[in-house]
Write a protein that binds this ligand. Structure first.
Ligand code: GSN
Length: 238
């Protein structure tokens, strides 16, 4: 029998958290190799397994998989969370890709320069409430089903719940204007595997605190003030 998937990342949410969510929702046990220093990342790079010298990386089914979306798509398909046909897959991709845009903005918020924190938070809130959350609210309202696609749990639902909770952490009360999303959140949070993952002590990672942020900056050698300005997800001017 194949062993457990092995996740390689730093000890925080980042891009790997969605992988943890997906595995949790699928009821799949996994192992984690969590590095805490730049040397550990460099050692992984020297092994030659990181195609682009980047993590996340997952070893499973005799493969080394990199690129977050490739990892997630493989798992979604493997664990029957990727729709029943190509059309449902396309819908799931459309929803998830929108979610990834908002996700990236939130993921990089802690790296905002101090003087840009408020501006970036407003930028994220505006995108969440005006562009992305209304899409999923409308989908649920229009078809009246419990899940986004095909009336069964898919990767899109799991990712949406993860995203909703992230947005709420940054901006409490953000769901007040979205009744269908409130119902969705309550419903999906109660699914036994998800409920378990949301309990304290699960492998779910907390938001990045100051110590975690410093660790991440050291691991990836992020120079203060440089990263965001060169990021494609949050620009200083808008
Ligand atoms: O989605 C992906 O897996 C890739 N398109 C991006 C992966 C990535 O940027 N990984 C970062 C750490 S996670 N946070 O962004 C990384 O390994 N950076 C080191 C580097 O030299 O780019």
């Amino acid at each position: 029998m194949a062993g457990k998937p092995k996740l390689y990342y730093f000890n925080g949410r980042g891009r790997m958290e969605s992988v943890r969510w997906l595995l949790a929702a699928a009821g799949v046990e996994y192992e984690e190799v969590l590095f805490t220093t730049a040397e550990e990342l460099q050692n992984l790079i020297k092994c030659g397994k990181l195609m682009y010298q980047q993590v996340p990386m997952v070893e499973m089914d005799g493969m080394t998989i990199i690129q977050t979306r490739a990892i997630l798509r493989y798992m979604a398909a493997k664990y029957n969370l990727y729709g029943k046909d190509l059309k449902e897959q396309a819908l799931i991709d459309m929803y998830v890709e929108g979610m990834r845009e908002l996700y990236d903005i939130i993921m990089f918020l802690p790296l905002s320069a101090p003087e840009e924190k408020e501006k970036n938070l407003s930028f994220m809130t505006e995108k969440a409430t005006k562009r992305f959350l209304p899409v999923y609210e409308k989908v649920l309202k229009d078809h009246g089903k419990n899940y986004l696609v095909g009336n069964q749990l898919s990767w899109a639902d799991i990712h949406l719940l993860e995203l909703i909770l992230m947005v709420e952490e940054c901006k409490p009360g953000v769901l007040l204007a979205f009744p269908k999303l409130q119902e969705f959140k309550a419903r999906v949070s109660k699914l036994p595997r998800i409920q378990k993952f949301l309990q304290p002590g699960s492998p779910r990672k907390p938001p990045l605190d100051d110590a975690g942020l410093e660790e991440v900056k050291k691991i990836f050698k992020l120079e203060k003030g440089i990263f965001l300005k060169h990021s494609t997800t949050i620009v200083a001017e808008f």
